[in-house]
Design a protein around this ligand. Structure first.
Ligand SMILES: [Zn+2]
Length: 334
């Protein structure tokens, strides 16, 4: 038993493991290659040119304020493809807290419908917030009559969403991708909270939300600059779906660089010590429905499974979480 397990681990040890199932999806590769840094910069500059995108700023002008900005974002999505279903997700938010007057708040939404009739109900959101704010000596100045360019926070995240939609527009995806530019973030995540409530009411199935904020900021407060690191935040606990998405990004993201090889279909078992925050071991087991891990204590390891498509696309990891033990009922003797 022990020797079998050792052989298994040798076969699948990272150094010897053939990485053939880690091939990139060629369509995703093409999308990644289509991303233009010049266009990203042009978008950030354009959004900055509205002078202020404060949620409380002018909504009537066509050149200045949040009204002009949201219309421009809407028009961009619209211009990319008739396949993108573009709309305003509109609310009138009553005066409260940092919303200092009744406010016409609009998220901009562009939906790329899924091509799989059964799978299209699953939605993946790619979002950022297009509103900006002005920090004064006494904290935020919500009326924002002054300039609030918000180039990094968060024109950069909106630019990523627009560029992503542009890159993905002519491809078919089984699931639905929803691009959202939120408003009211700076007043306390108002736009996203309202859309979350609406999606719950309408029973949307949301598989993941990839929210991008301040992605254009490569400089830390201490002057340290690093434009090669992407920081991914996800919600606890460690085996949460949110954490699986983060691990997936960490694993798959760096793959879309040169020197990739061909993939085959099958499954990968992933394992991590119960004390480890990330998957430590990946075992490609081929196209099987059963696989026995010998000499592995389920008390010491956490497990998950990923499906690998013919084109090398990997699914998210489904973590195996121990079902809670049934509570025994005890009676005491009087
Ligand atoms: Zn932000």
């Amino acid at each position: 038993m022990r020797s079998f397990a050792l052989i298994l681990f040798l076969l699948f040890s990272p150094a010897l493991q053939a990485q053939s199932w880690k091939a990139p999806n060629s369509d995703v590769q093409k999308i990644v290659e289509s991303i233009s840094k010049d266009r990203l910069e042009a978008t950030v500059r354009k959004l900055e040119s509205f002078e202020s995108r404060s949620t409380l700023s002018d909504t009537a002008s066509t050149t200045r304020g949040i009204g002009a900005a949201r219309q421009w974002i809407y028009d961009q999505f619209k211009s990319y493809s008739p396949r993108l279903q573009v709309s305003f997700d509109s609310y009138v938010v009553a005066k409260t807290g940092r919303i200092t007057k009744d406010t016409d708040l609009r998220n901009v939404i562009a939906v790329l419908p899924g091509s799989d009739p059964a799978g299209a109900v699953r939605r993946f959101l790619i979002s950022g917030h297009y509103d900006s704010t002005l920090q004064g000596p006494g904290g935020p100045r919500p009326e924002a009559v002054d300039r609030a360019p918000g180039a990094n926070d968060d024109a950069s995240g909106v630019a990523a969403g627009l560029e992503g939609a542009r890159g993905m527009r002519q491809y078919q995806f089984p699931h639905t991708i929803v691009f959202v530019a939120f408003a009211g973030e700076e007043q306390g995540l108002v736009g996203s909270t309202l859309l979350a409530a609406k999606s719950k009411k309408e029973s949307w199935r949301i598989d993941a939300v990839l929210n991008n904020d301040i992605i254009g900021n490569s400089g830390g407060g201490n002057g340290f600059a690093d434009n090669h690191t992407l920081r991914v935040f996800s919600e606890d606990p460690n085996d949460s779906l949110s954490r699986q998405v983060a691990r997936y990004i960490k694993d798959v993201g760096p793959r879309y660089t040169p020197s990739m090889v061909v993939g085959v279909a099958g499954y990968v078992i992933v394992m991590r010590k119960t004390t480890s925050p990330d998957w430590e071991r990946e075992i490609y087991v081929g196209n099987v429905t059963e696989h026995v891990l010998k000499d592995v204590s389920i008390d010491e390891w956490g497990f998950g499974i990923r499906a690998i498509g013919q084109n090398g696309t990997e699914s998210l990891t489904s973590a195996y979480v121990n079902p809670p033990r049934a509570k025994a009922a005890f009676k005491t003797v009087p």
